[in-house]
Design a protein around this ligand. Structure first.
Ligand code: UDP
Length: 312
């Protein structure tokens, strides 16, 4: 059935992919974004689509949109971007979430809060199940994002207890795919852009740190399953449990692009988690969801998108 759906951060990487999916499946989508960490020109393609509305607004200020479902995605998510203005990042994570919760209270809309694997910090438990409370530095370079997102989860569960709203929490692990911002400094976008231009691939540290990369189409299936499930509040991990070292990712990108790039070793940023891998037992049991697109296939779908961004 057609729904009126609000996506905060709808101009971001996941927001644009979700918009496309929801419009294609007949829903009405409102994108709310202030373009603080997204590229306005990349949503022009939606603006002539029926049932698409753009609201240019900062989530840290209260907002009202008539809607039945809210995907609250708004927040810079790339380490260089969220560390560039850490006070704004924490304000967005906390006040933005509070305002989204208030909107859910006023409208009765069902709300999904996009939390993150970063709430596990530099984990002592591996892989990370939802029951693990994490190992997070309160005063480091990543704290604005990690602690902001942790506070967002607290706000969500307290709003459910206190106001009786329908808010759900998903913890999104590293996701990649078309519509990523080539300039936002994340590892997949950096490596593909560098490889396509035969520039050195910037490997932070010795490249032995691990991440588990989820292709965006799989992530969307998980997000929509979390939204459409009858009642489950979560938190639920959404990610691909196939774990790779960052060095293995670099080598895979060089191989798939046929690049002549070399590896360039640079200092590891502080508090960079050494390992990360989602335990997705809960998502599998609750939604019957698990990713189907593995890294090589996903990179092959993503590389042409970045190639197009270089030539435009
Ligand atoms: N990284 C890297 N080179 C880059 C960008 C990132 O080696 O050009 C590393 C980074 O230090 C981290 C991992 O890749 O260990 C993933 O970084 P990303 O910024 O994509 O996301 P994170 O999972 O750290 O939030």
């Amino acid at each position: 059935m057609t729904k009126k759906i609000l996506i905060t951060g709808g101009a971001g990487f996941i927001g644009k992919n979700l918009t496309k999916r929801l419009l294609t499946t007949g829903h009405h989508v409102t994108c709310l974004d202030n373009f603080a960490s997204s590229e306005k020109h990349t949503i022009l393609k939606f603006q002539n689509t029926p049932h698409y509305t753009l609201v240019t607004h900062d989530v840290t200020e209260p907002f009202h949109v008539d809607c039945e479902q809210i995907y609250h995605l708004a927040c810079p998510a790339s380490p260089p971007r969220y560390q560039a203005d850490p006070l704004a990042t924490m304000r967005t994570a906390i006040w933005g979430t509070y305002n989204a919760l208030e909107l859910a209270k006023k409208t009765g809309a069902r709300l999904i809060i996009a939390s993150t694997s970063e709430i596990y910090g530099d984990p002592h438990v591996h892989p990370q199940p939802e029951s693990y409370w994490g190992n997070v530095n309160t005063i480091g370079m990543r704290s604005c994002y990690d602690e902001g997102k942790r506070a967002g989860e607290t706000l969500a569960v307290d709003a459910v207890r206190q106001w009786g709203i329908d808010a759900r929490i998903v913890r999104i692990f590293n996701t990649y795919g078309p519509e990523m911002d080539p300039e936002d400094g994340r590892v997949v976008s950096n490596f593909i852009m560098q490889a396509l231009q035969n520039q050195p691939l910037t490997l932070y540290g010795d490249g032995s740190q691990t991440r588990s990369f989820c292709y965006v189409a799989d992530l969307l299936d998980g997000l929509i399953a979390a939204m459409t499930h009858e009642h489950f509040q979560g938190p639920v991990n959404l990610g691909n449990p196939n774990e790779f070292t960052v060095k293995a990712l670099a080598e895979k990108v060089i191989q798939l692009t046929g690049s002549s790039s070399e590896l360039q070793y640079l200092p590891l940023p502080s508090d960079d988690p050494k390992v990360r891998q989602p335990d997705i037992t809960l998502a599998k049991a609750t939604y019957g969801w698990e990713p189907t697109i593995q890294l090589e296939a996903g990179l092959k779908l993503t590389i042409p998108y970045f190639a197009g961004r270089i030539s435009t």
